[in-house]
Ligand binder design. Structure first.
Ligand code: BGC
Ligand code: BGC
Length: 851
């Protein structure tokens, strides 16, 4: 039997699938042939979505040209247009051979793998891909390639670029004109590197601040996101009704991630937005309304699901709502292998996504060639109709024509290309510095400590004081924003640099001392601390407690020495920091300000004559929590809010934090029982038994016998009737079975109590190839433990007990405070086992220990 998938692949699938579900709300799998009748698979239709008019006018001449091109192109050329491969897995030669429509550089990918690549290196590489796309030596049709990049807060993959505050900070400014300016300046830097297309703006409306992408969201308030969507798109692309539209230094924009990426349950990245259609439209769509009207040319589908169905396979939302009803006539790009999570799809085959309305696959890794082959075959045999194929290609080419790519020549010949002075240009940095100033939110100012005079002795402490990577956050030179040092940000200003400049220019003294120690007592201490950088997936958290003992100790130490303390909190989301606020005389949230740290001192200090320089104008774009309990608190004005949405002091105001704040986090360490049952004759709440079969269909098992593709599950008797489950793998490919929940369970107390995952098992046929058990806590958050030898050594037909230390699972990447699946079993070989009594137990001398 030919192996269809590797074990690695299914673990990839599991890590995505087990978050939020890829099956429809009613538990019915989507028809695997991609041709299921719409009414069977789609929820929706309950609300009236708006009909929008894009300011990019329809152009009959352009459409006629599209007719001509489509007429002329071969099937292979058309299918090639549907592909976007990634820099690390594609060459110009591939582009020539497969007629690829697009490439991207993912977070932390650079020309020649060199992060210090020059502007010329970027442009030269763009030229070589362009030349390959225009090569007609095989007699084909020349279609210029487009290159997409994540310039999500400035051109953040390029050394020396201007990095703006992250979106959450921009939300605090409530200034749509500023957003437009940032878009324009970002576009110029992108254009300077020969790149045509930006995967921005993110129009997520983050509703649960545990989500690791909260900082990419402008606000929990749809009104703010709506007011920014249009201006950001205009800033990037230009005014659709002017000559400057998509020419000169403008680039194509992307509204992402469609839709409700910020609405998933528990804030789980790539999870499920289990909300009504009305909520979907009213809360998560308004940013798209203005973006579409402003003429956004691409929309990126979300990794997440709506009511259990993955957006990448959601025909109703992608085609009926976005394209037909809202009139979006550009193209829909998938997200990073996001198609693989659609029910019935794999990384290398997914006609369902194209049929649902994805126009271009983002197929970053080496698998794109196999995906190309299967898509071509599906276009030939009609699985993907010629109508759908032509529509997708027409949309892609329409955008390329609108951007004038057929006529603009090689990237190096275009406006601004290769102009090094554009990267980190002083006028861009000035915009960023202004954005920093306007984004700072003052929460406490005891006795009007702020603004500070310059001619003082100022101690600057905290691990964020002189740390540009930390102040820049995720998506900064590297994907997660980790592993950088200040030299990776030439031309940038740390927060300390800005303070030192302000203070010394007026005869004061600024002393940098990360740990807060000093020889001569300072007049005032500024402590800069907060969250370290993170990005998607890795940034999800279990509760809202900031709690960092060292930071708190530092604040308290200074306070005890009678030094007035100004806290500057770096963060990508609201967090519970009452103890830190109590230990500070003044407390401001500075978010993740980016490369222009000088904007902080502009506000915190008076000017050289002692007058107010810039007052605080930032207002909270998210509700600030009254305790650390993880629960959504959107637009709350009392009760659940310590500082309500829209809060933010200016220098004249006293504020509510002047008094001592309560210091109970509200988190309880649940008293733990000796054992937490997962399966005891039946699956216990919140878990249910589910299978991912060899065709990547995820299915809940509710009957006593379930025959699935490559795996069979049956209720069998051990002590009492049907108290156990027999699991039989056919050996036709990787399949898994386990217990899953759509909400997280905190098992950390069990971890601390030397806990273990314990289960009873009877082996009737030992695994013919590698078998493992695992735990899952979200995409890229899982641990697996091989049990092949153990099952092979077991006495056939006899029940036995196996235990795996939770410590071992934790060491391998399972985050115990946010478990979604406490147990799953996986193999691609043949195997026949029965399981019973699956539990998390304390004080166990586990059979399997790690480390
Ligand atoms: C992210 C997108 C991003 C893409 C390309 C994905 O993982 O969700 O926001 O545009 O990668 O880097
Ligand atoms: C890429 C990112 C991408 C992510 C998605 C990373 O390796 O560099 O751009 O968003 O993978 O998983």
């Amino acid at each position: 039997m030919k192996k269809r998938h590797s074990l690695g692949r299914i673990i990839g699938i599991l890590s995505g699938l087990m978050v939020g579900g890829a099956f429809t709300g009613c538990g019915q799998p989507i028809d695997g042939d991609g041709g299921a009748a719409p009414e069977e698979v789609q929820a929706g239709g309950a609300v009236e979505w708006p009909q929008l008019t894009s300011r990019v006018a329809e152009n009959p001449q352009l459409e006629a040209r599209l007719d001509q091109l489509l007429e002329q192109m071969t099937l292979e050329e058309k299918v090639g247009q549907l592909f976007q491969a990634e820099l690390r897995a594609v060459t110009p030669e591939d582009v020539r051979e497969y007629h690829l429509g697009s490439i991207l550089n993912g977070g932390g990918a650079f020309p020649n793998n060199n992060k210090h690549s020059s502007v010329d290196d970027w442009v030269a590489l763009a030229d070589s891909f362009y030349a390959a796309s225009m090569d007609t030596s095989d007699g084909g049709t020349a279609v210029p390639i487009i290159w997409g990049t994540d310039a999500v807060h400035g051109h953040n993959n390029v050394i020396g670029a201007t990095l703006y505050p992250h979106n959450i900070a921009l939300g605090a400014t409530r200034n749509p004109d500023l957003i437009r300016e940032i878009g324009k300046a970002t576009a110029a830097e992108v254009a300077a590197t020969g790149i045509d297309w930006d995967f921005s703006p993110t129009l997520a409306v983050a509703r649960d601040d545990r989500w690791g992408r909260t900082y990419e969201s402008y606000s929990e308030d749809p009104a703010v996101v709506k007011s920014y969507g249009g201006p950001m798109v205009e800033g990037l692309q230009g005014d659709p009704q002017s000559d400057g539209f998509l020419s000169g230094g403008q680039v194509i924009a992307t509204a992402k991630h469609f839709i409700a990426d910020g609405g998933t349950r528990d804030g789980i990245d790539r999870g499920d937005a289990d909300i009504s259609e009305e909520e979907l439209m009213k809360i998560h769509a308004p940013g798209y309304f203005t973006a579409i009207e402003a003429g956004v040319q691409t929309v990126m589908a979300s990794f997440s699901s709506w009511q259990g169905e993955k957006l990448h396979g959601h025909e109703y939302l992608l085609t009926d709502v976005l394209k037909k009803q809202m009139g979006f006539d550009g193209f829909v790009i998938g997200d990073w292998n996001g198609h693989q999570f659609v029910n019935g799809c794999s990384n290398t085959s997914c006609p369902q996504a194209i049929n649902a309305g994805i126009d271009m696959f983002m197929a970053p890794d080496g698998d794109w060639k196999k995906l190309y082959a299967s898509t071509l075959a599906q276009a030939k045999d009609g699985t993907i109709s010629s109508g759908r194929l032509n529509d997708a290609v027409r949309r892609i080419l329409r955008v390329k024509l609108r951007a004038d790519l057929f006529e603009r020549g090689a990237p190096s010949e275009r406006a601004l290309a290769g102009d090094e002075s554009v990267i980190g240009a002083p006028e861009h940095r000035a915009v960023a510095r202004r954005a920093v100033r306007e984004s700072l939110v003052l929460l406490k100012n005891r006795d009007q400590l702020l603004p500070l005079a310059r001619d003082q002795r100022v101690l600057v402490a905290g691990d964020g004081a002189d740390n540009i990577g930390k102040q820049a956050g995720g998506w900064s030179v590297t994907w997660q924003g980790t592993g950088t040092d200040n030299s990776d940000f030439p031309g940038a200003t740390s927060i300390y640099d800005g303070i030192a400049e302000a203070v010394t220019s007026a005869g004061g003294e600024a002393v940098l001392s990360e740990d807060g120690s000093f020889e001569r007592k300072p007049d005032v201490a500024i402590v800069v601390f907060g969250e370290d950088p993170y990005a998607e997936m890795q940034g999800d958290i279990a509760n809202l407690d900031y709690s960092d003992d060292e930071d708190l100790a530092l604040l308290r130490k200074l306070h005890a020495q009678d030094v007035p303390v100004v806290s500057l909190f770096i963060t990508g989301r609201p967090l519970w920091v009452n103890p830190e606020i109590n230990a500070s005389d003044a407390f401001a949230v500075i978010w993740q300000p980016g490369t222009e740290g000088g904007g902080v001192a502009d506000v915190v200090f008076r000017d050289a004559r002692g007058e107010v320089n810039h007052d605080f104008v930032g207002k909270l774009p998210f509700t600030w929590p009254e305790n650390a309990v993880p629960t959504p608190r959107n637009l709350a004005d009392s009760g659940q809010a310590l500082f309500p949405y829209g809060y933010g002091l200016d220098f004249g105001e006293r504020g509510i934090a002047a008094a001592q704040l309560p210091e109970e986090s509200g988190l309880t360490r649940r008293d733990i029982a000796d054992a937490l049952p997962v399966f005891e004759g039946r699956a216990l709440d919140p878990w249910s038994l589910e299978v991912v079969d060899i065709a990547n269909n995820r299915q809940p098992i509710t009957t006593s016998i379930a025959e699935l593709d490559g795996i069979r599950v049956q209720s069998v008797d051990r002590n009492v009737q049907e108290d156990s489950r027999r699991l039989q793998w056919s050996g036709q490919g990787p399949a898994s079975v386990g217990f899953f929940a759509n909400s997280r369970t905190d098992l950390s107390a069990y971890l601390e109590a030397d806990g273990a995952l314990v289960f009873d098992v009877k082996v009737d046929k030992a695994p013919s190839s590698a078998a493992s058990i695992g735990m899952n806590c979200g995409t890229d958050c899982l641990a697996t433990q091989p049990v092949t030898d153990l099952l092979r050594a077991a006495e056939p037909g006899q029940w036995g007990t196996v235990s795996v230390a939770l410590q071992c699972m934790a060491e391998q990447g399972a985050q115990m405070d946010m478990v979604l699946s406490p147990f799953f079993m996986l193999t691609e070989g043949e195997m026949d086992v029965s399981v019973n009594s699956i539990r998390i137990a304390t004080d166990v001398e586990a059979d399997i220990q790690c480390g």
